[in-house]
Design a protein around this ligand. Structure first.
Ligand code: TXA
Ligand code: MG
Length: 309
């Protein structure tokens, strides 16, 4: 693998670098370079009005990109960054329309994967202000949780100057919790590993549950979807793929795609299992949904979208 300094230079030169984060792999570009960012949209086939998360090395860079940062957000940043959490603020003039999708807000995240952090550090050392990175999949598809998955998903669309960094399997496996910080109290826009009770405990505030509409593509009805049809909580039949906790047996003739021992493993293996079903050209994937805790709810949020076609 190339050095992370070389990868950072590559970003600074306007090329794309896909990199591992603890949630899922991101497809990165220099967030200050309109041409570089436009490549993300082309490679992903993503609608141009969908905003991108800007990844930064530390919360010291918050005020580069955001204005009106409330006290509770600083507390969240202190408690959960680096980590699987994205905060939404009113944007500073640095956040151009090609990042925000023309909205007046900006999403920011400090990831904790060591390769992501080192890349951000090298990029900062070159004068880079932030790395814009959506998940490294084609629009509406399953997010990649390994370098191999990024290659399979995007190789045919990347150009020879673009890079894919390999940091192993993503530890969390589902995308970051997105928290709207533009109101007097936090509001969760996309559930994830940083749960509502963690947010409440950190900020001491009751969460908002509604408010003005913000565009989050993960909120489109169909998203995170493999080619195979995803069916929830039915009995799998011969030829079906099956994802369920390992306490559930595999009926005869059913192809077991994942048998996680707990919800952490469920989140970790879900996307690779969905991808595997497509590689095996299965037509149906049956998933027995996890239940009982907040991570299960975040997993079910993704499953609902993966299953609505
Ligand atoms: O875990 C993650 O968040 C991964 C890794 C790579 O960091 N990134 C990710 O990015 O999932 P993406 O683009 O696939 O999903 C980010 C979501 C999108 O639904 C987008 O609409 C929303 O965040 N978003 C980004 N900026 C926003 C903003 N300013 N206001 C509202 N939503 C925003
Ligand atoms: Mg995505």
């Amino acid at each position: 693998m190339v050095s992370l300094k070389t990868a950072a230079e590559n970003l600074k030169n306007g090329n794309l670098v896909a990199f591992p984060t603890e949630t899922v792999y991101g497809l990165g570009a220099d967030a200050s370079n309109a041409l570089a960012v436009s490549k993300i949209f082309k490679v992903k086939n993503r609608p141009i009005d969908h905003p991108l998360i800007v990844h930064i090395f530390s919360s010291k860079q918050l005020s580069d990109w955001a204005i009106d940062i409330p006290e509770f957000a600083l507390k969240l940043a202190k408690d959960f960054w680096p980590g699987p959490m994205t905060l939404i603020f009113k944007s500073s003039p640095l956040a151009k329309d090609f990042i925000t999708g023309g909205q007046s807000t900006i999403g920011l995240r400090v990831p904790r994967h060591p390769i992501a952090l080192e890349l951000l550090k090298e990029f900062l050392a070159l004068g880079g202000l932030g790395i814009a990175a959506p998940s490294a999949n084609r629009f509406g598809k399953v997010s990649p949780t390994s370098a191999q998955a990024v290659h399979e998903e995007l190789d045919q669309y990347l150009s020879s100057n673009d890079l894919v960094l390999d940091g192993g399997n993503s530890e969390v496996g589902i995308e970051s919790t997105i928290i709207d910080c533009t109101n007097p109290a936090p509001r969760v826009l996309r559930p994830g590993a940083i749960s509502e009770s963690m947010i409440k405990e950190s900020t001491g505030l009751a969460l908002l549950t509604n408010g003005k509409e913000i565009r989050v593509s993960g909120n489109l009805e169909s998203h995170y979807a493999p080619v195979a049809q995803v069916l929830l909580d039915i009995e799998p039949v011969k030829g079906d793929g099956y994802i369920a906790l390992n306490q559930y047996q595999t009926p005869t003739g059913v192809i077991r795609l994942a048998e996680p021992r707990n919800h952490l493993e469920f989140a970790q293996t879900l996307y690779s299992a969905l991808r595997q079903a497509d590689q095996l050209h299965l037509t149906r994937i049956v998933v027995k949904q996890p239940e009982g805790d907040e991570l299960a709810m975040a997993i079910c949020d993704r499953l609902k979208k993966a299953s609505s076609k």
